[in-house]
Design a protein around this ligand. Structure first.
Ligand SMILES: [Zn+2]
Length: 110
């Protein structure tokens, strides 16, 4: 299942519960460390949205910066890619704190 399919499934579930007529905006949290390319997400969204309850909705991508705890420096560091390691010590003993998510943040409906 692709990431975007999971998002559409959530939308379908909410459509049943909240009984809205249409979705105006789909807001997604996309973490820098999530391996999700915003352009690719947008493309998949546009390709699939027509067959869902979110037909005609706009996609808004909210960028979530990467943040990890470096075990060596014992502090949190900003991170663009996990593979780069800690920007201070170059170490790879990193625990992701934020930015690994691809999450449905909000649906604007009517
Ligand atoms: Zn470090």
């Amino acid at each position: 299942m692709s990431l975007i399919e999971g998002v559409f499934r959530l939308i379908e579930e909410q459509a049943k519960v909240e009984n809205f007529r249409r979705v105006i905006t789909v807001r997604l949290d996309v973490g820098e460390l999530s391996h999700a390319e915003p352009d690719a997400l947008r493309f998949c969204f546009e390709a699939a949205v027509g067959g869902t309850s979110a037909k005609g909705a706009a996609l808004e991508i909210v960028h979530v910066p990467g943040l990890a705890l470096c075990m060596r420096c014992d502090r949190q560091v900003a991170l663009r890619r996990l593979i780069d390691g800690c920007p201070d010590c170059g170490g790879h003993r990193l625990q992701v704190v934020e930015g690994a998510e691809l999450r449905l943040k909000e649906l604007e409906v009517e």
